[in-house]
Write a protein that binds this ligand. Structure first.
Ligand SMILES: *Cc1c(COP(=O)(O)O)cnc(C)c1O
Length: 606
């Protein structure tokens, strides 16, 4: 790799050096040298290259929208802790997902996020080109290095088209996460898949596996097919020049969406127009679908290892794509990131080493009840301080508090809790109940936005009976406060649409008990009255049959009234026992260290 651009980061360091009276020039050369030596280290051994359209790495870097991006961040953090030979590629998302404001009628108001990548990352001087609509579009990369306390390091390359060489419209390709129309998304995916592979080649990496986190990255397959095209003069069948088997050996694909409509598809006319005929369409159609280019199908056909993100999701995916071998590696969360300060302090005291060895949660029983409860109370107070500061509502720490926060979209049924308002009011009378909501809706998801409005109208209706707040602009910081500061974590998805879900795993890391529909990870983590509580029946469906809202709501109310509220107010000892079980059984298993070890043994080294 050649000389680096002047990173603003080094200018920042410069200020520090100036204070120490070291000249700028000496410092600057020094900085670049150190940087290049460090970079050479990365090139020493072949890497697993992880491609994801979104990555949630820092709260202040709005390069993620929700679960998928946070999972990518946790994947990277655990890889760094475990010192895996791992690198990641994503888009810069210069204007983020969006900032969420909500007016008094519950209407979501969106505005672009502005942030300065140079505050966090180093701009590399390499540029690669991709063809879009017949034009050369230049792509550059920002480098962020995830530095683990164990000494492991994982570089992340954030691809960026905001370069003077590009047309004004092309400069916007990497601006809006999940913004724009299908054509815009196609351009983003060309930059990610094709531009990403070219960038890694230009930087000098050797790659032993390409891991596609969701179908957004599937175009990397086309670039690999082109790269490994056999040099044969004339063959009787043109197919033989495409080394499908070699590409397949290199690719790993994780699917995340159990809903058919959730898979990216592009009409071939659009492909012709935007991407051109990179490889002949008759061959492409065999690999990616006759009618549309289906990104999931492309990845399924050219990956040696394919997995869903929970056992149930693996089955559902097999049903969605019959004939494919689809494995399951259940998601996990990064234990250290998703444990709040007060809980981390008691873990450090009684089970030191837990952060890099979450299996140590098996010894959770060593923590005295009062200390575990005390740490939880501290987290609750911290959350309530935030609630007061951001909404003006003063919540009572003695009262049972339920949390519900995730993307606001119809299948998550955030309003199931309000199916029968009178019954809810009656239940809340015994002891009391408080509820905290948060979540963004995609700007084009009208049912999702309606959901936010409806919840706001319930908040008004129930004023004086049940304190309910809706926190704006859900992000990773708010998520950590919420999953650690409430008493019960509620999830009510429409089965089997929740591929995995991860926020419940975060709650478990903080001794917050899950109360959830049996879908995704909770089917595996749930032991009734032991790790938490279920809502509705054991799932049997592998297709998207409709569940009965009323049946689920009825179960929710009954358990809240007969089991959860009485236990919280009258049987503190049993409650704390369940908190321990959530940690000792759920956090013990549903962490991204375990998940990454499974990816290594099942997907990467085979
Ligand atoms: C963990 C997380 C999610 C995912 O929540 P689910 O309940 O798994 O859908 C979404 N957004 C943020 C900010 C998160 O931290």
């Amino acid at each position: 790799m050649d000389i680096l651009c002047i990173p603003v980061k080094s200018i920042y360091y410069c200020h520090k050096f100036r204070e120490r009276k070291i000249s700028y020039e000496i410092f600057f050369v020094f900085d670049i040298l150190i940087f290049m030596v460090q970079f050479q280290e990365f090139l020493k051994e072949p890497k697993i290259a992880y491609f994801s359209l979104e990555v949630g790495i820092l709260n202040d870097m709005p390069t993620y929208s929700g679960g998928l991006g946070v999972l990518a961040g946790d994947t990277i953090r655990s890889s760094a802790d475990l010192k895996l030979p791992f690198i990641a590629v994503t888009l810069l998302s210069r204007k983020g997902f969006f900032n969420q404001d909500i007016d008094e009628n519950g209407r979501q108001i969106e505005s672009p996020v502005s942030w300065e990548p140079s505050r966090f990352m180093t701009l590399l001087s390499e540029k690669v080109k991709v063809k879009i609509e017949g034009r050369d579009v230049y792509v550059q990369a920002w480098l962020y290095i995830v530095d683990s306390l164990t000494g492991g390091k994982v570089p992340i390359f954030f691809l960026d088209t905001d370069i003077p060489e590009n047309t004004p419209a092309d400069r916007e390709i990497t601006s809006h996460l999940y913004g724009g129309d299908n054509r815009y998304r196609l351009k983003q995916e060309i930059v990610l898949g094709i531009g990403g592979v070219r960038m890694l080649n230009a930087l000098g990496f050797q790659i032993k596996k390409y891991h596609m986190n969701e179908g957004h990255a599937s175009f990397l397959i086309l670039e690999l097919l082109l790269e490994f095209k056999k040099d044969i003069e004339s063959v009787w069948d043109e197919r033989f020049i495409w080394d499908v088997e070699r590409v397949k050996d290199l690719c790993v694909f994780t699917t995340h969406t159990p809903i058919e409509a959730g898979h990216d598809k592009f009409p071939y006319d659009l492909i012709r127009d935007v991407m051109g005929e990179l490889i002949p369409f008759d061959i492409l159609k065999e690999l990616a679908g006759r009618d549309n280019l289906n990104m999931t199908l492309l990845a399924l056909n050219l990956s040696k290892y394919v997995n869903g993100v929970a056992k149930k999701h693996g089955e559902v995916s097999k049903n969605l794509f019959p004939g494919y071998e689809i494995h399951a590696i259940t998601n996990g969360v990064h234990s250290y990131t998703w444990t709040c300060e007060s809980l981390a302090r008691v873990y450090d005291k009684y089970i030191p080493g837990w952060a890099n060895e979450p299996e140590l949660f098996v010894r959770i029983g060593k923590i005295p009840d009062e200390e575990l409860w005390g740490a939880h109370r501290e987290a609750k107070k911290r959350l309530f301080d935030y609630v007061k500061e951001s909404t003006g509502v003063e919540m009572n720490p003695e009262i049972l508090t339920i949390g519900f926060a995730r993307r606001a979209t119809a299948y998550k049924r955030a309003d199931l809790l309000f199916s029968d308002i009178d019954r809810l009011k009656k239940i809340a009378k015994a002891g009391g109940l408080q509820i905290i909501y948060a979540g963004k809706s995609h700007p084009n998801d009208h049912p999702g936005k309606e959901l936010i409005k409806r919840i706001h109208s319930y908040i008004k209706d129930l004023k004086g009976t049940i304190d309910i707040v809706y926190l704006k602009n859900y992000n990773m910081d708010i998520a950590l406060k919420l999953v650690s500061g409430v008493d019960v974590w509620l999830n009510t998805p429409l089965r089997p649409r929740e591929a995995s879900g991860t926020s419940g795993m975060k709650a478990a890391h903080n001794g917050v008990i899950n109360f959830s529909v049996l879908d995704g990870w909770w089917i595996e983590g749930h032991i009734e009255d032991f790790t938490g509580w279920s809502i509705g029946p054991m799932p049997s469906e592998v297709t998207l049959t409709e569940n009965l809202d009323t049946k689920d709501a009825n179960d929710l109310y009954t358990k809240l009234e007969k089991i959860i509220i009485p236990m919280f107010y009258n049987e503190r000892h049993t409650w704390v026992r369940m908190m321990q079980n959530a940690i000792g059984k759920n956090a013990y298993y549903f962490n991204s260290h375990r998940m990454m070890r499974r990816y290594v043994t099942e997907a990467y080294i085979r």
